[in-house]
Write a protein that binds this ligand. Structure first.
Ligand SMILES: Cc1ncc(COP(=O)(O)O)c(C=O)c1O
Length: 438
């Protein structure tokens, strides 16, 4: 078996060796028909005509039409180690060859235990317990139920402007995006709290006042505050540590759970958790993770340990996903990605320099770069202009996406920091600069 695995991995690597840079489409292999079929069956086309060929090398992905593009969005933050990564393929291959393809809470295998052990080894602050699940939304659904059980009969959730929590029926209400909830009932689960506004000197005080006003308006009914430390979907908005610490301390004093949604930020900001980067780990009661882990989980403190039967479900994770999740955590530290002098911080520095030059040269209005999360505001920032820019970038060989719920919309990147160094940034940023100049 070992020889076969090595031969397969060698084969895969040899096949990807010709992927060395951006390339235009060149394979009239019916991709157009496939895309049309996908559009017909879904009832709408894909955002851009992306059907992967199944091959790639590092941050470069090959599409089924033979084109090669820089993947700076990684399926909205999933494949942190990029494409064709030998170790990921090996872990996936071994897991795929084991007994069962998918595991549940009643039938966990070694991979389930290893995923939980890896996660608990890096658990932030008091959140020493963890339950795995398949999607970020499911981890957040579990968080919601755990919190409500603990805080019963309180049930409302404070959430920030531009928050994103997921697209399930309950989470769509907590998410602050009208598109997510058009035609859905408003059951009053979410209580709106303004997020930090860097333009307002009194922003923190205003948020604290609004929290207190919400508690007065709904006495005994507010269970938790849901928070992303860097708002992803909402536009890559940040706030200083002092804002979060004041808000979290107020919530804890008032008996609310602090529910930190790290589904997008986990492993990406230069530490395992953005909570650690900001020195806030001790203040979280419940934390959720997903995306780059190829699965998801809710972490919680002993106080929040739910009664049996509250959270479970048939599926806990695909065997491949659980094995990869454990290995991603291992690699983040073994390969020096996290930490103050880690590779993610080095990439962040390079991104900050490049984006700073673009802003100073008037190419863009502003930018955010934290770890391998980056966003920029183009000079033309209405939704149509930003989508048009993203589609032109795609045609030119760079995959990115957008963020925000109103103008100014931003172009965002969730870079595959696990396989990308500052030396790789010149070609993709040349493409970006060229298209911004059109
Ligand atoms: C902060 C945050 N929470 C929750 C989710 C939902 O995760 P999923 O799409 O895996 O259900 C996302 C996904 O983008 C997210 O960014």
């Amino acid at each position: 078996m070992e020889e076969h695995i090595t031969a397969l991995l060698d084969d895969m690597e040899a096949g990807a060796a010709e992927i060395t840079g951006v390339r235009g489409p060149g394979r009239p292999d019916g991709t157009g028909t496939l895309l049309k079929e996908v559009a017909r069956i879904r009832g709408r086309p894909l955002f851009y005509p992306y059907i992967g060929s199944g091959r790639g090398r590092g941050a470069l992905v090959e599409l089924a039409d033979g084109s090669v593009k820089w993947d700076f969005i990684t399926g909205i933050g999933t494949n942190f180690f990029g494409h064709g990564d030998r170790r990921m393929r090996e872990v996936a291959l071994r897991a795929a060859l084991s007994d069962v393809p998918i595991q549940g809470h009643l039938q966990p295998n070694r991979e389930y235990a290893e995923f939980l052990t890896a996660l608990s080894g890096v658990a932030p602050g008091r959140c020493v317990h963890a339950w795995p699940s398949l999607s970020g939304s499911m981890a957040n659904e579990n968080a919601l139920k755990i919190i409500r059980q603990k805080k019963h009969p309180a049930w409302r959730i404070l959430r920030f402007s531009d928050a994103f929590a997921g697209r399930s029926a309950a989470l769509s209400e907590i998410t602050d995006n009208d598109l997510n909830k058009k035609g859905q009932p408003d059951l009053g689960q979410a209580v709106h709290i303004p997020f930090y506004d860097p333009e307002e000197t009194w922003s923190t005080a205003r948020t604290l006042d609004e929290i207190q006003a919400a508690l007065r308006r709904h006495p005994g009914e507010c269970a938790a505050l849901h928070v992303e430390l860097i708002q992803g979907e909402g536009g890559f908005r940040e706030a200083p540590r002092e804002f979060f610490s004041a808000v979290f301390e107020l919530c804890l004093r008032e008996g609310l759970a602090v529910w930190v949604d790290e589904i997008q930020t986990f492993g990406r900001t230069g530490e395992f958790f953005a909570l650690e980067r900001m020195g806030l780990a001790e203040l979280a009661d419940v934390v959720t993770v997903g995306k780059m882990l190829c699965g998801s989980a809710v972490l919680f403190s002993p106080e929040y340990n739910p009664e049996p039967g509250l959270i479970s479900g048939t599926f806990a994770g695909y065997t491949v996903g659980l094995a990869l999740g454990a290995d991603v955590i291992q690699r983040l530290s073994d390969e020096g990605h996290v930490g103050a002098a880690g590779k993610i911080r080095i990439l962040e520095k390079a991104l900050t320099e490049i984006l700073g030059q673009m802003r100073d040269g008037g190419r863009i209005r502003d930018f955010t770069a934290v770890g391998c999360m980056a966003a920029l505001t183009p000079n033309r920032s209405n939704l149509d202009a930003v989508k048009d820019l993203i589609r032109r970038l795609f045609d030119a060989g760079l995959c990115v996406y957008y963020a925000g719920h109103r103008e100014p919309y931003r172009l965002r990147m969730l870079l595959p920091g696990g396989c990308l160094g500052p030396e790789d940034l010149s070609e993709p940023f040349d493409i970006l600069n060229r298209e911004l100049a059109v």
